[in-house]
Design a protein around this ligand. Structure first.
Ligand SMILES: Cc1cc2nc3c(=O)[nH]c(=O)nc-3n(C[C@H](O)[C@H](O)[C@H](O)COP(=O)(O)OP(=O)(O)OC[C@H]3O[C@@H](n4cnc5c(N)ncnc54)[C@H](O)[C@@H]3O)c2cc1C
Ligand SMILES: *[C@@H]1O[C@H](CO)[C@@H](O)[C@H](O)[C@H]1NC(C)=O
Ligand SMILES: *[C@@H]1O[C@H](CO)[C@@H](O)[C@H](O)[C@H]1NC(C)=O
Length: 449
């Protein structure tokens, strides 16, 4: 049963998934839409969506995502709505095997999909001086990396100011009469007849202060906190939280001027990626891989569930990343931009992915409960990496279609909560995240070259 436009909908989590869903529901005429977030400050400082920048790209090996990303970029590109949130720097994609067909590099399939979708691309193989000249400003020093690389530049992709994008959409949610309330941590679901069995219908949420709120539909969009907050839903197999290493470098104004026109570099051989400098001359670089898991047991059961360890839960200590990851970042940086590798890392952060085994999103009702829908598993995990933030303008459309039951059946099945994970994501299938070891986290000395 689809909710009526006047019925109340509560969305748990004001990140990319939650805010985009609220926006699209309000656009469709739903009038009682409330987004709850546990963070007093919004966007939440430790949300995956709250970041200086994220890649927005059409280059996926699965054509569904290529097409949706194309829609998203067209939306991002509307400067009257998004201001300068979107930067069409281009994205240079190289290497990477795909799990569906390990013979064919991920970038080849992604390239074919991009070309079919009419995306402007520039293909190159190693030592291709022409591409280098076309893509990198002449006074940017490129390391040995590009000589080994082959891949392509997607000229119609780029990056977005992530936190600012969420803020902008949040403002539009409020303008449309939606409510976004911070400082409201949801601790569980309220079910009809007060039971806790997952075969009954959800009728609301319980809050940390002991109160509850009722709703015709609860949409869980709590990102990497989903499996640990709603343990009774047994979502570890769908929504595994893994911590990923991010660092920044502060450039001087001179350096920033030199690097400002480089593309995003996304290397599927090493899982290293790096952005052009932002408006504050900050360069973000990161590793994209199995990451680390942080297992904790809840009060109610003994089964450990990976739970984000962040600045909000652990203060400054929650920003430290594994020392080994800092070393890998440094050596990749040396390979790509040797000049920048001589600078200290200004900040680090563990940012938490929500991974599903097949890297597809989880968007759908929690069967047989018609009062509960999940909208999560951004899955940044591996080569497939159907990262969500880039889809901010359009992801809520998919969730709203799922709520209304109008998704194409094949797509609904692709995202179903109870789907079988037939094609395992390569990294997820073979490499598991290692347990986060606090004694191996970086110290300030590790950030100096
Ligand atoms: C290092 C890193 C790099 C990434 N790079 C990219 C990229 O380049 N491009 C891209 O498109 N994507 C990228 N992603 C993925 C992208 O950030 C995520 O897919 C996306 O932000 C997930 O959005 P979300 O709404 O699911 O989660 P979040 O943004 O984390 O939002 C969840 C919200 O729920 C709230 N919440 C949690 N628990 C509760 C509770 N119990 N009650 C109430 N509220 C609660 C949190 O406070 C938070 O605000 C990256 C992710 C990481 C970690
Ligand atoms: C919206 O829904 C809430 C229940 O979540 C209810 O208390 C409130 O009265 C509703 N508001 C309107 C305007 O219908
Ligand atoms: C973005 O918009 C500009 C014009 O405003 C246009 O020239 C450009 O092709 C657009 N880019 C994409 C990727 O749609």
């Amino acid at each position: 049963m689809v909710p009526k436009h006047s019925e109340s909908i509560i969305i748990v989590g004001a990140g990319c998934f939650g805010i985009s869903t609220a926006y699209h529901l309000l656009q469709r005429g739903y009038t009682n839409v409330t987004v709850l977030d546990r963070s007093e400050k919004l966007p939440a400082p430790d949300a995956a969506s709250t970041d200086i920048n994220k890649i927005v790209r059409t280059s996926y090996s699965d054509v569904f995502y290529t097409q949706l990303a194309r829609d998203a970029i067209q939306e991002w590109n509307k400067s009257d709505e998004w201001g300068d949130c979107y930067r069409g720097s281009g994205v240079l994609v190289i290497g990477g095997a795909d799990d569906d067909d390990s013979e064919q590099p991920y970038s080849s399939k992604a390239y074919a999909n991009d070309v079919a979708a009419g995306v402007r691309t520039l293909r190159f193989s190693s030592r291709d001086a022409a591409v280098r000249a076309a893509v990198f400003p002449p006074d940017v020093q490129i390391g040995p990396w590009l000589e080994r690389a082959s891949g392509y530049v997607n000229l119609d992709s780029g990056w977005a100011l992530a936190a600012r994008g969420v803020e902008k959409l949040m403002a539009r949610v409020l303008a449309l009469g939606g409510r976004v309330i911070g400082g409201k941590a949801v601790t569980g679901l309220v079910r009809e007849d007060g039971t806790t069995t997952t075969t009954t219908t959800t009728t609301g949420v319980r809050l940390a202060d002991g109160s509850s709120m009722s709703a015709r539909l609860v949409v869980i969009a709590s990102g990497s906190w989903t499996a640990s907050t709603f343990r009774e839903l047994d979502l570890c197999g769908n929504c595994l939280s893994t911590g990923q290493t991010v660092a920044t470098i502060q450039l001087t104004p001179d350096e920033a001027t030199r690097y400002k026109d480089v593309p995003v570099v996304l290397d599927f051989y090493t899982n290293f990626y790096i952005f052009p400098p932002n408006d504050d001359n900050v360069v973000k670089l990161a590793l994209h891989g199995p990451g680390v898991a942080h297992y904790t047991t809840g009060d109610t059961d003994k089964q450990p569930v990976s739970t984000p360890r962040t600045i909000s839960s652990h203060g400054e200590d929650g920003l430290r990343v594994p020392r080994s990851a800092v070393r890998r970042l440094r050596s990749s940086l040396r390979d790509v931009y040797p000049e920048l590798a001589e600078k200290p890392f200004a900040t680090t952060r563990l940012c938490w992915y929500t991974d599903s085994p097949d890297s597809d999103w989880t968007i759908g009702y929690y069967p047989p409960d018609s009062g509960l829908l999940l909208a999560t598993s951004g899955s940044g995990h591996a080569y497939k990496a159907r990262k969500i933030l880039g889809f901010l303008p359009v992801i809520g459309r998919i969730v709203a279609d799922a709520i209304e039951g109008t998704l194409d059946p094949a797509i609904a099945q692709k995202f179903a909560v109870d789907r079988k994970h037939t094609t395992l994501d390569l990294l997820r299938g073979t490499l598991k995240p290692v347990d986060l070891a606090t004694e191996q986290l970086c110290t300030p000395e590790d950030l100096i070259p």
